[in-house]
Design a protein. Structure first.
Length: 502
């Protein structure tokens, strides 16, 4: 199995190189040259398998330059009972909402209580093996700029992983109290966390600059290190996400929610388009899916795109209660365009160039038709999101976070508009306790306490829902990292953290 660049398919690399490199040199994203198929017999055999065995079967189809032992080692190290609380890292909870049965695929049982753990717990294992194969045996230095969730999930994933170091920069005043506490208390010998005086964009821009600076790369090379990336366009983050959609289908069959071979709908709360793209890739592999419902918050650039075929990021940016979806450039959409254009690299590059120069592009009639045959787009504004948290709790005693609420709201509207009775799986992407303030407000739970931990406690007292251990144990934990740097000094901070004198 080779991987091509979406913007130049004459390039072909093996998975180890795609993972070690992160992004293609031409600026395109790595995509599998074709989709390996899951046969009916394989799907049937997966019904009886554990999550981990399902993962091994699917990943082996893509990581053909890895041995079966290597893949097993990655999977068994990542999805442990210790890290995910049970043998099944991605269970389904079924609720009835406004009369319709919804199956919530809970992807937040990992160490940082958001779905990004599903990929970031295994990426470090893929990466260290990839570096041995394609990185000349050098140690990897992971640089992350974060607006909150990704940084913590990456820190947890990479902590104490041999031959890696991870450095995370976050905007000093741009993350929630809980997110900051999660990061500054991070344990591990190979981690470093630093605040910057600036916003997320400043952190992101500076990280990209350091990452691509030849002089810094040279200094690292002299110390047998190289930069690598853990962001969501890395193939090593997408692949683990395909697994849980296939696994969810198997669980749906086992639970009697769908007859084997019949189709399901999948609803995903979407930001960078990674999670929903993984679901689409599962469909390309043969998973029986009728329709994808792409759910956005008020930053509804994707809703408009799916309805009109015009992607236009020239619009107001809203800060919402579902911050991980506050995004106007959905990077992974590029991979879908490549796919829907019939692997047309020149056409894909054309759209991406227009996005850069004009901030917008219009897809061909062919792409638009294909897109609309499989995808529906919808969005939930702040009111609809809060109402959904409230109503779902009132109707079913089920507590969902703000991102999941966006998806439930959009799915509910879709079902009411279309009368579509296809069984539906909704990706539930974070624990409600990560967003206690918004959830408490939605529930009308009285005057809010001041501290984040008191809010968590109040939410627990109010609903009785269990507080995830990783969040509960943060209370009283001492911060290990208090450094703050100017954005101009980030390169020095990186070298300092690596123990390199300039
Ligand atoms: C990152 C994130 C999303 C968006 O996922 P994408 O893959 O970027 O579309 C949704 N919900 C939560 C809680 C997230 O952390």
């Amino acid at each position: 199995m080779h991987y091509n660049s979406t913007q130049d398919k004459s390039k072909a690399v093996l998975s180890a190189q795609a993972i070690a490199q992160g992004i293609s040199q031409d600026g395109g994203l790595f995509v599998p040259e074709s989709f390996p198929q899951i046969s009916e017999g394989e799907l049937k055999s997966m019904l009886l398998m554990s999550y981990r065995d399902r993962a091994k079967l699917i990943m082996a189809k893509y990581l053909t330059d890895f041995t079966a032992e290597e893949i097993a080692d990655c999977v068994d190290s990542a999805y442990t009972v210790e890290k995910f609380g049970s043998d099944h890292p991605a269970p389904i909870a079924t609720v009835t909402f406004n009369g319709a049965q919804l199956n919530l695929l809970e992807l937040w049982h990992g160490p940082t209580c958001a779905f990004k753990d599903m990929a970031l717990q295994i990426l470090p294992h893929f990466l260290t093996k990839s570096l041995k194969k394609a990185g000349g045996g050098r140690d990897a230095v992971i640089l992350v700029a974060t607006s909150g969730d990704t940084g913590k999930a990456a820190l947890e994933g990479f902590r104490d992983v041999d031959h890696t170091k991870i450095i995370v920069f976050y905007p000093q005043n741009g993350v929630s109290a809980m997110q900051k506490h999660q990061m500054t208390t991070q344990e591990g010998e190979n981690v470093y966390v630093c605040a910057i005086r600036g916003n997320f964009d400043d952190a992101q821009t500076a990280v990209k600059k350091i990452f691509t600076d030849p002089a810094t790369q040279e200094i690292l090379a002299q110390h047998n290190m190289m930069f690598s990336s853990a962001n969501s366009i890395n193939w090593g983050r997408l692949l683990p996400q395909i697994v849980y959609y296939v696994s969810a289908y198997c669980d749906m069959v086992n639970m009697g929610r769908v007859a084997f071979g019949d189709k399901i709908n999948i609803t995903v709360p979407t930001g960078n388009f990674g999670n929903i793209l993984a679901a689409y890739y599962a469909y390309e592999m043969g998973l029986p899916v009728k329709r994808f419902i792409c759910a956005s918050n008020s930053n509804n650039v994707l809703t408009d795109f799916i309805r009109t075929g015009v992607y236009n990021k020239n619009r107001d940016f809203y800060t919402t209660v579902s911050p991980s979806m506050d995004i106007l450039v959905s990077s992974n959409l590029e991979r879908l365009l490549y796919c829907l254009s019939g692997n047309n690299d020149a056409e894909t590059k054309g759209y991406m160039d227009l996005l850069k120069t004009e901030g917008m592009y219009t897809v061909s009639a062919k792409i638009k038709d294909k897109l609309q045959s499989m995808f529906r787009g919808g969005y939930a504004d702040e009111d609809a999101t809060m109402r959904t948290i409230h109503d779902l709790y009132e109707q079913q005693g089920y507590l969902c976070d703000t991102h999941t609420a966006v998806a439930v709201s959009v799915c509910d509207a879709y079902i009411r508009e279309t009368g579509d009775k296809t069984p539906v799986v909704i990706a539930s992407t974070a624990s409600p306790y990560k967003f206690s303030r918004a959830v408490l407000t939605a529930l009308d739970a009285g005057k809010l306490p001041e501290s984040e931990f008191d809010m968590v406690e109040r939410l627990h007292d109010f609903t009785g829902a269990e507080v995830p251990a990783p969040l509960a144990s943060l209370r009283g934990k001492k911060a290990r990292f208090a450094d703050v740097t100017d954005k101009e000094d980030m390169q020095g901070a990186v070298l300092g953290a690596l123990g390199i004198d300039k």
